[in-house]
Design a protein. Structure first.
Length: 468
């Protein structure tokens, strides 16, 4: 009741919009207090502009989402779909006068089917909550972004998220079988299937995965599940150079091994984690490689992998003795980005992905870029699939440092393309990288993507200003 009395200034257009929204939504589902709506204006990316929403809407049902989209279409008001706003590209940032459509209240797990090995969920389900729920049925939902304790399935689908286990299990797109999507005009469309196989028509499901809310609003997802694997054991290998660590990665992958994860932390990242959490990681190393297996005999697999690391020049190879020690090492890896954020107070997190064979070239190039601009840039990587996270650390209050941070970020993306890679492996394009998308896919590719957008969203009201 108190919040409903404190509203944004209501000119004729905004007032009509709010009245129309409230006509089909519960009283607590439409927020207009400018102090509250401002808190929904952006995700976690730096250097991404955000506007002031006219309203934030928190629906609980598909019908309520349809009401929002019909209203937005009739009044020609932009809509920005949001999940937990843990994204790192500005894809969830508001535009001036928009409706922010926060889907976090649509958080039900509707079905877990052990026979068909599927889960049916609403978009606001938190990744970790789904993982724990299916685990009780002896099943496993593999995609595990670093923010898995807070990020939502809808957001994961919107940005085609990855995670630590991609080297073995793949990314979010490989687990989305079907979707219910509310289109820009409020119509409800179902794509995909519940079956193990299905090739009827164009694969519209894949089209929506990674579309960043620019084609429609995902309101339900059918997700593939896997049998729950054994608990994994982890090995840590120290190297005197990043090049040696990357050579070990190449030997492991060429040898046919399939680790559950294969992660790399450079010297800067290791020191940052120790400074933040006193983890006791070896700061004398130039690169720390973490590998894990969730096979029936992980110790034997780790021994074979350790031998390859030693052949590549590892100065120390230390397999974990048990699951608890393994979890400690993985916690150190998950702390990498918060630790780097603490170095200078602000970070720009890149997610350039290159062929595994060029991983060493990228890391060496990032070190040169850091030296050129006089900045701290830590690199943590999903080394098994070539997806790196060069993280530029800077003081947001220092204008010159901000300029150098942005320039170094762009140079890293240019380097990734030069090495045959892509500007984003799992974070998406959003606002942060949209000028680089054009460089990567070329003018013909860009024009075709714009035409696809026109088919689904002819008025251009869905998440305008993102991607291109």
């Amino acid at each position: 009741m108190i919040m409903s009395r404190i509203e944004a200034p209501r000119d004729e257009v905004t007032g009509n919009l709010i009245d129309r929204l409230r006509g089909g939504l519960p009283a607590d589902a439409v927020l207009t207090d400018p102090d509250v709506t401002a808190s929904y204006a952006n995700d976690m990316a730096s250097f991404c502009p955000a506007g002031a929403p006219a309203a934030v809407v928190l629906p609980r049902t598909v019908e309520q989402v349809q009401h929002v989209m019909r209203t937005a279409t009739e009044l020609r008001v932009p809509v920005v779909p949001q999940g937990a706003r843990t994204g790192l590209s500005g894809a969830a940032n508001a535009t001036d006068g928009c409706i922010v459509l926060s889907l976090t209240r649509m958080d039900r797990i509707l079905e877990i089917n052990p026979v068909d090995r599927i889960a049916v969920v609403e978009p606001g389900v938190v990744n970790a909550a789904l993982s724990r729920a299916v685990g009780e049925h002896g099943l496993h939902y593999p995609p595990d972004p670093s923010s898995w304790e807070t990020c939502t399935i809808g957001g994961n689908i919107g940005t085609a998220s990855g995670g630590l286990c991609c080297v073995k299990y793949g990314v979010t797109a490989e687990y989305v079988l079907g979707l219910d999507v509310v289109l820009a005009d409020g119509r409800l469309m179902t794509t995909g299937r519940r079956t193990a196989k299905g090739v009827a028509g164009y694969d519209l499901t894949r089209l929506f995965v990674g579309s960043e809310g620019s084609l429609g609003v995902v309101v339900r997802a059918v997700l593939a599940l896997r049998p729950k694997p054994p608990r994994q054991l982890v090995l840590a290998a120290e190297f005197a150079s990043a090049a040696a660590a990357c050579d070990a990665v190449c030997r492991i992958m060429a040898g046919g091994h399939v680790p559950a994860l294969l992660e790399l932390m450079d010297r800067t990242t290791v020191k940052a984690v120790n400074d933040l959490a006193r983890m006791g990681l070896p700061e004398t190393t130039e690169a720390l490689l973490l590998a894990a297996f969730d096979t029936p005999d992980p110790a034997a697999d780790l021994a074979a992998l350790g031998a390859l690391c030693e052949a590549a020049g590892a100065t120390a190879v230390v397999p974990a003795d048990d699951v608890a020690e393994s979890e400690l090492l993985l916690q150190a890896r998950r702390l990498s980005l918060p630790a780097l954020d603490a170095v200078r107070g602000t970070t720009m997190i890149d997610d350039v992905c290159v062929p595994r064979s060029r991983l060493g070239d990228l890391i060496d190039g990032v070190e040169r870029i850091a030296g050129k601009h006089g900045l701290t840039i830590g690199v943590v990587a999903h080394a098994g699939d070539g997806n790196t996270h060069p993280t530029v650390c800077f003081d947001a209050q220092d204008a010159d440092e901000c300029r150098r941070a942005r320039e170094s970020f762009d140079e890293i993306m240019a380097l990734g393309l030069e090495l045959g890679g892509t500007i984003t492996g799992e974070h998406g394009v959003g606002v942060l990288k949209k000028e680089w998308l054009a460089r990567e896919i070329g003018p013909v590719g860009l024009e075709m993507q714009r035409q696809i957008k026109q088919v689904f969203d002819p008025l251009g009201i869905l998440n305008p200003g993102k991607l291109f």
